[in-house]
Design a protein around this ligand. Sequence first.
Ligand code: IVH
Length: 706
Amino acid sequence: MYTTQQEKQYFDICKKWLTAPATVLDITLLKDALKYHEWKYYVMNSPTLADYEYDQLYKQLEAIEGSHPELITPDSPTQRVANDLSGDLDPVAHVVPMLSLANSYNAEDLASFDKSVKRYLNIPEEQDIEYSVEPKFDGGSIAVLYEDDFLIRAATRGNGTMGEEMTANARTMPSIPLKAPLAELGIYKAEMRGEALIRKDNFTKINKAREASGQTVFANPRNAATGGLRTKDPNETRNRGLEAFIFQLAYAVDKDGNDKLQELSTHYESIELMGRLGFKIPTGQMKKCKNIEEVAKYCADWEVKRESYEYEVDGLVVKVNDLKLQERSGSTQHHPRWAIAYKFKAKQATSVLNDIEYQVGKIGSITPVAKIEPVHLAGVTVSSISLHNEDFIKSKDIRINDTVLVERAGDVITYIVKSMEELRDGSQIPVEYPKVCPINTDEENPVTLIKEEGESAWRCPKCTCGAQDLQRMIFHVSKNAMDIDGFGKSYVETFHSHGWLKDISDIYNLDYNAIESLEGFGSKSAEKLKSSINKAKNNPIHRLLHSLSIHHLGKKASKLIAAEINHVLDLQNWNEEKFVAIKDIGPVVAINVSAYFADDDNIALIKRMEERGVNMTQTEADQPLVVSEDAPLSGKTILFTGSLQKMGRKEAQKLAEQNGAKNISAVSSNLNILVVGEKAGSKLKKAQALGTVKIMTEDEFLVMIR
Ligand code: IVH
């Protein structure tokens, strides 16, 4: 359909317009470029521009056409809704056109939308309009038609006027009723609009299964959903576990063709009614807001909890709630005047991969890291992204100088979705994965990398350059390991660069006078560090075991082992059988821990630490916790936030654990209880927004466990 040269041209010019907007002289090229990107998005399922970037260009075209209406042509992207027609399925005409939505990105955009609604409806500015707000699901849109209570047809949106018939596929989706009691409401024929999508956890499962059977994995849940809607094999739709949320009752008439929509007063009510008829609706996520300020607040609150929601949502949809007002305001050719999408901060963007750097971990694993042209994503600037391992680079055919699509998933994880083959210009260089340790620059004595069976990372088996020791020290002081308060990565790096830290035992032999005289330090910070280190010396031995960076030995296994020994060096006499005799300890941990304690260097290290005051004997905290099944918090997950007044955070967590609860670190749909202290912040907001978390004060918590 498009040549590589055209693809590149449309991509490059759009990137340019994002910083230096198009002018009226560019209008033809701008229209063609937008059409190309629509085709990539809707037909090919392979966008090369982020949604947010596309929206910006669309707005540029709207603005140019606004001041030069004589240049509007019937084929302009502003004159029709997006197109997903591929010619594979039968075309059908929609009962009422399926329009798109205008976009907003912040409270000011919402305020100007509110103003324009009032202007159009002749409502005074000071008068409030009630809005209904709901998630903007990121899947594929569908229209389902019912006659005489039966589902008679389902279609995708297509170009808004003509859709693609996919009734057989829709019939496999359990959330779409095959029969709905519409006749009870006097409705003979009705069309509902909605979005079909795949739950995030289900998507992960599908991709895992595809990976295991050698199929290509889907880039995101939206692609998996739209593909599932338009497949010719209804079993494939069923297997993907598609679910459809209904977000609009678009058409309803009685047997004589009389409009039944008029009998409903609000959008909110109409969706609730759909819910009662058996359709899937965003229960608990829809909100009636008495004015646009309340809408803006709901949008801001919702954005915080976006990641913890089970479905992919790219924003919210704000709709005038009163159906009569909706009708009065009508639509443009492109979108209704009574609704607007509030788009969350961009999660995807394109960038260029400039280089690949390698990092070494505490057990020698080599991780390739992509160095990209910095891009702004969901509120942060990203310039480095992990490429995980050699297989990841190979499977995505990522090359240096490639244009890459970058996505920020979850709260923190950023990853490369794909590299764009169609934009290659000959300057791309395939990645040659290193065979020798890329960190160790001693060319005379290169260390050959190894890869163990069943592992995905190459490892440097014998570090001679100190890079692994540095990583081990960073891990050793971290929260997860010895939890030395105030001792972070930058301190380790500074002390290491002064030659004071060669291995983890040196952490307990620091010269605080020397630290005190370092730039940026002083007697206070040196004193504070000393007391944190002294405190850590008394840690339970399960923390110490974990902090040794023994390959495969995690927190849980460290606890299980610590519960069985009096002194850490007892493990010198343990063989593999003794380890696997502990419930939940497997052979891999057994092999690695016994190998560690068979190495004289490691024993010397532990002895040095002991001499320097680090506890090596079992403490009370190392003894297994016995919690009865009827403990008050048995089976519950809990999180403490804000500053607690009656106990320290750790003490509270321990109490919770002793009473059967599991402490978790983030607010998500997995959290059962949030205990709030003073000045609780975003965690409390997020939990309130979720609506499923039991929120209690410190006192209520204490009463509960008593
Ligand atoms: S209302 C005339 N509500 O967003 C009303 N759309 O950009 C137009 N979408 O194609 C749609 N969630 O597929 C509406 N709660 C929601 C939605 C929603 C997702 C999709 C819909 C539409 C696109 C518009």
